[in-house]
Design a protein around this ligand. Structure first.
Ligand code: GLA
Length: 332
């Protein structure tokens, strides 16, 4: 890594934090690189329910602690991800002692215990929590996703979770986080949900726009409209899981060992336009996190096509800046 390369996060110091999703292995191999370019980190998996609380009376914090310790030692902010989600949550959470569905009362006490323990452990060290992840249904006319949280706790599970998180760390910023957040139909569902949470007095401080996008879409105009709509609720916006897949949604080709010239060109242009847009809204957007560090590792290598390499970031597989990096480098 050449020392002339400017720090990405330093170049955005007056705009917003620049973050990356990390896991513990990378801290050893790429720790210095991460600390140079990112001033926020999110645990890719290691704070999820199944990772920190696999059995009712057992918490496993070693990996999450390693990430927090790494960040705190380097004055890097930590985003907590995530407390309430329908995925990566163990089955025991939703069952009573006889294996039947847990009562509302039992669910409430478990949720409170989990949030108190996890949020309490990192009190003062995590600046923002994704309290509830992906509670909105995508396709149908349904608004809320039909999850066990909804079935067993009822619609107020979000209000409950936000209140509990706020009690456990009154200084942490609390987010509702979701994907397909720029789709006009889902955007309105998310907007209405968060508006109703705010109306009920829930301590929601922000909306997390995941930003799992690709080189073809969503359009800048759709992203702008989502930003404006969410910002009109007077909450902060975080882009929480940004990556720009080089493949379109329906594209299934598996023949590439590197992105085509056309893909690289589209990706650079998209990164340039998207970050210009983010800078335009920097009074609302306070953090932008990539869902990875560099093209050497991305969850998109296994999604939606298992084993198909993808190259969604601004650093290449060798951690060198791509043209996209030079297109977004901030001008603060
Ligand atoms: C969602 C979750 C993330 C992660 C990604 C895929 O967006 O919020 O935690 O699991 O899916 O990696």
């Amino acid at each position: 890594m050449s020392t002339e390369i400017p720090s990405l996060s330093a170049s955005y110091a007056n705009s917003f934090k620049i973050g990356a999703a990390v896991h513990t292995r990378m801290l050893k191999t790429e720790g210095e690189f991460i600390a140079k370019h990112y001033n926020s980190v999110t645990a890719e998996n290691q704070m999820k329910f199944e990772e920190v609380h696999p059995r009712e009376h057992e918490y496993t914090f070693e990996a999450a602690d390693e990430i927090v310790d790494f960040a705190v030692a380097r004055a890097i902010g930590v985003r907590g991800h995530t407390l309430v989600w329908h995925n990566q949550t163990p089955a025991w959470v939703f069952e009573d002692a006889s294996g039947g569905p847990a009562s509302r009362e039992l669910m409430l006490s478990r949720l409170k215990q989990h949030i108190d323990t996890v949020v309490g452990r990192y009190k003062g060290q995590i600046y923002a929590w994704d309290v509830v992840n992906e509670a909105i249904e995508d396709k149908t006319d349904l608004i809320m996703r039909d999850t066990k949280w909804l079935q067993l706790l009822g619609e107020d599970y979000l209000v409950q979770a936000f209140n509990m998180a706020h009690e456990a760390d009154p200084d942490a910023l609390l987010f509702y986080n979701d994907y397909n957040e720029t789709d006009p139909v889902k955007r309105e569902k998310i907007y209405n949900l968060v508006r109703s949470l705010l109306d009920q007095g829930a301590p929601v401080h922000g909306i997390g726009m995941q930003g799992h996008w690709n080189i073809h879409g969503p359009s800048i105009e759709e992203i702008r409209q989502a930003i404006e709509r969410y910002a009109s609720l007077d909450v902060q916006l975080h882009v929480t899981e940004l990556d720009l897949s080089v493949f379109g949604h329906e594209e299934r080709r598996t023949d590439l060992t590197e992105p085509t010239a056309k893909m690289a060109e589209l990706q650079q242009k998209r990164y340039e336009d998207i970050f210009a847009l983010f800078r335009e809204y920097q009074s609302h957007i306070t953090s932008v996190t990539f869902w990875g560090v560099a093209d050497n590792y991305t969850w998109l290598d296994n999604f939606p096509v298992r084993g198909r390499k993808n190259w969604p970031f601004v650093f290449d597989t060798q951690l060198h800046p791509k043209d996209s990096f030079w297109r977004i480098i901030g001008r603060d």
